[in-house]
Ligand binder design. Sequence first.
Ligand SMILES: *[C@@H]1O[C@H](CO)[C@@H](O)[C@H](O)[C@H]1NC(C)=O
Ligand SMILES: *[C@@H]1O[C@H](CO)[C@@H](O)[C@H](O)[C@H]1NC(C)=O
Ligand SMILES: *[C@@H]1O[C@H](CO)[C@@H](O)[C@H](O)[C@H]1NC(C)=O
Ligand SMILES: *[C@@H]1O[C@H](CO)[C@@H](O)[C@H](O)[C@H]1NC(C)=O
Ligand SMILES: *[C@@H]1O[C@H](CO)[C@@H](O)[C@H](O)[C@H]1NC(C)=O
Ligand SMILES: *[C@@H]1O[C@H](CO)[C@@H](O)[C@H](O)[C@H]1NC(C)=O
Length: 457
Amino acid sequence: MHQEIGSLQKKASTNQIPPGMMRLIFLAIVVSFVSAKTVDLSFRKLKREDFFMNLQMQIKDLHEVTDLNLRGNEIDSFLDCSTNLESLEALDLSQNHLQRFFFLCKEEYNLRVLNVSHNKLEYIDDNALNDRIPKLKILDLSFNKLTVVNETMLQYLTILEYLSLSHNPIEDGIHESAFWTLRALKHLELKNISAPYFSSDFFKTLTNLSTLDLSWNPIGAIPLLPISLQELDLSGTQVITLENVYLPQLLELRLNYMPNLTSLVLNELEKLPSLQILSLIGCKRLTQLSLRPQFVVVLPRLQRLSIKECGFESLNIELRALVQQTPVIELENNPWRCDCKLEWIVLLNLTRNISQDIRCYAPDQHHGKLLAEIPNYELQCEYDSSILYPILWTSLSLLIISLITAMVLVLLKRPISQWSFKGIRNGDTVAYKNVIESNNDLVRILAVSEGHECNEE
Ligand SMILES: *[C@@H]1O[C@H](CO)[C@@H](O)[C@H](O)[C@H]1NC(C)=O
Ligand SMILES: *[C@@H]1O[C@H](CO)[C@@H](O)[C@H](O)[C@H]1NC(C)=O
Ligand SMILES: *[C@@H]1O[C@H](CO)[C@@H](O)[C@H](O)[C@H]1NC(C)=O
Ligand SMILES: *[C@@H]1O[C@H](CO)[C@@H](O)[C@H](O)[C@H]1NC(C)=O
Ligand SMILES: *[C@@H]1O[C@H](CO)[C@@H](O)[C@H](O)[C@H]1NC(C)=O
Ligand SMILES: *[C@@H]1O[C@H](CO)[C@@H](O)[C@H](O)[C@H]1NC(C)=O
């Protein structure tokens, strides 16, 4: 008998089950999976009818089950009235084909965790997240097709702590007051929901929020955020400045893959005094990190700075104090130019060796080498034409302008007479001679003036 069940279970997983055998198969499964009031029926290609009509009859004490895992099946709707899940605390319906789910039949459920991510939900029915599940603490609605989060959708979830709406095409479909009743919320995921902006009012009642993910939305500005935040993800957004962001408790800030970020002045982060982790990975256009000297120490608690895979060719020496005080710095895979401007990194006296993480991209003779392998005297700066030409042109223009000015002055008689005197007094007569030869009137005037001056002396 045991052997038979074993072989049937194998068949169940390959999912070519003759309908008549269902009872026996699931009896075997249920027997082996009901333990500590947990029922695991994940990844069995169950349809709605399989669960509600056949399977649940086999589960002894279904009303005592606290943990029901139906992940990875083919259930397209879930109605509590068709089952008896009195004690249910955690329900995993993720990775199904759900279009609807309802909690309608019992006065009040003990449900604390509901995972309906990776389904086909287009809207949340009024009878889905209602006053019958007031104990819900964790709700995962990610990877669905929701376009609206209106003001009534979440209104009963007053002790909810975790909410994910990530990867839904919500765009600007979040109502301004949609989150206002979620006063216990600690963790909010709004990643990749195509939101063009987040209203400053969205988060205003979320005074317990500690983790917020706004990444991969086409936002250009940072909304007003709860000051309780400890973790913030703005990766993949079009934000270019962090000025005026005041988050005294923030520990981790992720600014990865920011397409529009070209330079960052770290002084903008001075209102993040607790920050321990700053991550700027994969910002391809980011070429400048600067830190203006100022009285207060910027980022005094920083433990980890990641600037991997960005566009950095060099790091300014003004970052020296920060680099010295930060225990972990990740700098790999930038197009580093190993020249005199990076020499300060080699000369740092650190226990860890960050010059071994810098692989040179330029100049050609150092391409592919580690900064640490290059002797200091080879770290030279060649003045490249892009800087040299403007300088040349500027000097040339200045020269021409001064020549013209000189000529104008020569033509204006009075000024030149006064000017020339100083030269003569220093015993420099060469210029004077030239003037004499070129202008007779001037010679006369000069001669008179000279005599005058001599008299004075
Ligand atoms: C919900 O289920 C998905 C996939 O089945 C999983 O990745 C996710 O972590 C779950 N959510 C929670 C909050 O546990
Ligand atoms: C919110 O959306 C649900 C589902 O689409 C709808 O039934 C309900 O009436 C909406 N509430 C408001 C206030 O518009
Ligand atoms: C965002 O969602 C779209 C589909 O809605 C998907 O194609 C894209 O890969 C997602 N982006 C990220 C960064 O997850
Ligand atoms: C970010 O860059 C893209 C393309 O380079 C541009 O269309 C967009 O307007 C920029 N966004 C902001 C906020 O500057
Ligand atoms: C480097 O630092 C160590 C202690 O961390 C110190 O003993 C040593 O003298 C320093 N070397 C230089 C060249 O400053
Ligand atoms: C750093 O690495 C270079 C090259 O490997 C080595 O010469 C140098 O002694 C190292 N310095 C420290 C402090 O480990």
